[in-house]
Design a protein around this ligand. Structure first.
Ligand code: 5RP
Length: 260
């Protein structure tokens, strides 16, 4: 693998633990002002120093995030859809690689929609992006299985992750499911999990714990952190699981500590 790609991946997946806590705050690109992200800066800035990377869009990065931060950026470069549009899977590439380089990103992220109407278009988006990113040494994160109608089981998620990796994605983001070790086992590149809809804090910590036990290199979690009553305490608790091998109970204690 290219030195630049390796170096950028090591900014996100920390070499010390081989793991990562990515903070996903890109939801507005098709959901608009999602609960908890109405004022992105107010939500994101207090969390930035606890995240191994920030996954977000160009607009929020430019307008809401201080350029002085050290946290690596994973820039969402696919979109062109909306929650009320014709078909969620109809995404194109929304950012040029030149602009991604100008924004000094550590990786770019793009969604693929396996089994949906625009499957082919999104897979070709991924393949084309990987070719272009290769010229710049920028890693590509493929985001799989977004959409309500998908059955998120190990067979389907395994298919999505494997196809993304076969096309050349450097790492893959998917959902946790029963039999997740099969999803990871069939995917030759690192896998991170999305958190999904907001659930009780302890359940979200259990989700992160189980994913790590089953071979995920980390989380790319959004709503279960920024919609928590105590977002900073929650991201600290998730970090304890991902980087320090904490149990669910230990992490929940961290979440409940008043000083956090
Ligand atoms: C949507 C995304 C989101 O970043 C993803 O869903 C992660 O956030 P959450 O933990 O809230 O599910 O990529 O396309």
């Amino acid at each position: 693998m290219d030195w630049g790609i390796k170096n950028r991946i090591s900014q996100i997946i920390k070499p010390g633990t081989g793991r990562t806590v990515m903070l996903a705050v890109d939801h507005g690109y098709f959901l608009g002002p999602t609960s908890g992200l109405e004022k992105p800066r107010d939500t994101i800035m207090p969390l930035v120093s606890y995240a191994d990377s920030l996954m977000l869009t160009r607009g929020v990065l430019r307008n809401c995030i201080d350029p002085e931060i050290y946290t690596p950026i994973v820039l969402r470069v696919s979109g062109g859809n909306s929650i009320v549009g014709e078909d969620l899977s109809r995404e194109g590439i929304t950012v040029s690689l030149e602009d991604a380089v100008r924004l000094n990103v550590s990786a770019v992220a793009l969604s693929i929609y396996i089994g949906s109407k625009y499957e082919h278009q999104t897979l070709m988006n991924l393949a084309g992006l990987i070719d272009k990113c290769g010229d710049y040494g920028i890693p590509v994160l493929a985001v799989t299985a977004v959409g309500k109608e998908m059955t998120r089981d190990a067979r389907y998620l395994g298919l999505c992750c494997r196809i993304a990796a076969e096309l050349g994605a450097n790492f893959v983001k998917t959902y946790y499911c029963e039999g997740f070790e099969k999803v990871v086992g069939g995917c030759p590149v690192p896998v991170v999990i999305a958190g999904g809809k907001k659930i009780e804090e302890k359940d979200a910590l259990r989700l992160a714990y189980n994913a790590i036990q089953d071979g995920a290199v980390g989380v790319d979690m959004g709503r279960n952190i920024f919609q928590s009553q105590r977002p900073v305490a929650m991201i600290k608790a998730v970090r304890a699981i991902v980087h320090q091998g904490a149990s669910v109970d230990q992490a929940f204690d961290i979440y409940n500590k008043p000083e956090n």
